[in-house]
Design a protein around this ligand. Structure first.
Ligand code: ZN
Length: 530
């Protein structure tokens, strides 16, 4: 039977300001213990979100009516006392001074003796393959961070984050990053050392029991200090000073070559199995045909948890009000309004876990959807909108890549807001939050954020430098009037996308569409710097 589309006017759903305030306050309260994935605090927060959805009459969307998609995880805690690195001619190197190193999910402990090969930026672009003709089989790849400035920023971020996969595919067993001023500008060496001191990472586990990895050949990864890197490259036709010079050029042409030295590496970790839930709600579609397609709304529920300090009586709880209690609260209220409106397509609302551990909950959900994979048509993600000023424009990271730009722009226009382009493309934000997990499965996606107009640039900079991933990211920073406005726009976007007559598609020839569509899975984003 032919479905007759009846145009519904823009609905007059009202934002529930009370509920937004209550949800943010509860989720960012000390009793949620910073909502770190795999902890009691996150479990409590997940229970709260499921309870809110149930109270709103929104069914569980994790299968069998359940709200919880349990994500099986492996936690990898490095044991530095059993970790070492020695390189021929450089003597014994000192951990946390000359280098950092940690094992991966592939093996709990082991020793490797292998040749070192410098792979430059390790890029494989149309017309440029840094790894061409290089023998990496059984070798340790040594890489630099960066690449040509001519590359579009999102593509650059994508290529940088997939180097582990490329060297793994070619047989490398380890990957070491050389420290340069360019890396230092992204993350200081001191901070990297601090991170390595208590290195703890996670990944999800496949039904086969195998740990999910896009670089399954790598047994360890690490970094070499600038001094170690200089010594390692000394005497070669291309040395450390040449690398620093190349870093300053637009083309960033760097050769790849065997370093003529062998390294002996020992690594050890403690593996712990655990499970942490994505919370999934389902708003059924009303169109007899389109209801079998799903729009996935996401926001991450997890944050950084409790980090004990030496001093007594200190605040040790990372409440994560802006990151990302506001996103969850907004998504819950959007789910309520969608249910009242009755969208044409079905909508899954997913409070994903372990974003702060490397987009893991979304990666699991995108790779193991609770509905048929081919029926997932779009993702709209919310992550840390900085709701501290009267915003006048919105940005939808990724909207340039697909037909999602039209419904997003229309929603912004409905509220008299400007729809602005990415104000900081060099940051590569499109590949740095949960929407990228869906992009990697070929699903068009956007991350809704606020723009720089009307004081936004200063307000966002103030939050990023003063509160981002800090103890002070607390509920008093949130301007609730702005959260209400943001939620109204967010609802209009979700409704527009769910009601689109045509399934959203990538723009013709789009880089991400070409790279990931047609259903083949592909390397994912690790942190830009290991
Ligand atoms: Zn965060």
């Amino acid at each position: 039977m032919l479905a007759i589309a009846i145009a519904t006017p823009a609905s007059a759903q009202e934002v529930d300001g009370e509920a937004l305030r209550r949800d943010v306050t509860v989720l960012a309260s000390d009793s949620m213990e910073g909502r770190e994935a795999g902890t009691r605090g996150h479990e409590r927060a997940a229970g709260y979100v499921a309870g809110r959805l149930a109270a709103l009459g929104i069914a569980g969307g994790a299968g069998d009516g359940s709200y919880f998609q349990e994500v099986p995880m492996l936690r990898i805690d490095s044991d530095l006392s059993r970790t070492s690195l020695a390189i021929d001619g450089l003597g014994d190197l000192t951990m946390l001074e000359d280098y950092t190193l940690s094992g991966t999910a592939q093996r709990e402990s082991g020793s490797v003796e292998a040749e070192l090969v410098f792979v430059g930026y390790g890029l494989d672009l149309p017309g440029r393959d840094d790894l061409a003709g290089l023998d990496l089989n059984g070798k340790i790849a040594v890489r630099a961070y960066g690449g040509p400035r001519t590359l579009n920023s999102e593509e650059a971020a994508h290529y940088r984050s997939t180097i582990g996969a490329r060297v793994s595919e070619r047989g490398a067993v380890g990957l070491l990053l050389v420290w340069t001023p360019l890396v230092e500008g992204v993350q200081s060496w001191n901070r990297a050392v601090e991170g390595a001191r208590h290195a703890s990472t996670m990944t999800w586990v496949k039904p086969t029991g195998e740990a999910y990895s896009t670089a399954p050949g790598l047994l360890f990864t690490g970094s070499l200090s600038a001094e170690t890197a200089r010594a390692l490259l000394a005497g070669h036709a291309f040395d450390y000073d040449d690398l620093l010079a190349a870093e300053q050029t637009a083309e960033a042409l760097v050769p790849a070559f065997p370093l003529g030295r062998t390294a002996r590496v020992s690594f050890a970790s403690t593996f712990t199995r655990l499970s942490t839930p994505n919370v999934v709600g389902l708003v059924p579609g009303t169109d007899p045909v389109l209801k079998d397609e799903y729009v996935v709304l996401t926001a991450h529920l997890d944050h950084l948890g409790i980090q004990p300090t030496e001093a007594e009586g200190d605040d040790e709880i990372y409440n994560g009000a802006m990151d990302n209690a506001v996103g969850i609260a907004s998504m819950i209220d959007v789910a309520r309004m969608l249910r009242e409106h009755g969208p044409r397509r079905s909508v899954l609302v997913v409070a994903v876990t372990a974003e702060e551990k490397g987009l893991l909950g979304s990666s699991y959900n995108a790779a193991n959807p609770t509905v048929p994979a081919a029926s997932v048509v779009a993702n709209v993600n919310l992550d840390m909108p900085i709701l501290s000023y009267p915003f006048a424009d919105v940005v939808a990271f990724g909207s340039d890549h697909s037909t999602l730009s039209a419904p997003v722009a229309a929603a912004a226009g409905e509220f008299g807001l400007t729809f602005s382009p990415d104000p900081a493309p060099e940051q590569g934000f499109f590949v740095r939050s949960d929407q990228y997990s869906y992009v990697r499965q070929g699903v068009p996606a956007v991350n809704l954020d606020l723009g720089w107009a009307n004081g936004g640039e200063a307000a966002q900079e103030a939050f990023l430098s003063g509160h981002y991933h800090q103890l002070s990211d607390e509920v008093d920073l949130v301007d609730f009037a702005q959260l209400e406005r943001f939620t109204a726009v967010n609802y209009a976007i979700a409704r527009n996308v769910a009601d689109l007559p045509q399934r959203p598609v990538w723009n013709p020839g789009d880089f991400f569409g070409e790279t990931f569509a047609q259903g083949h899975s592909h390397p994912d984003a690790a942190s830009p710097v290991q």
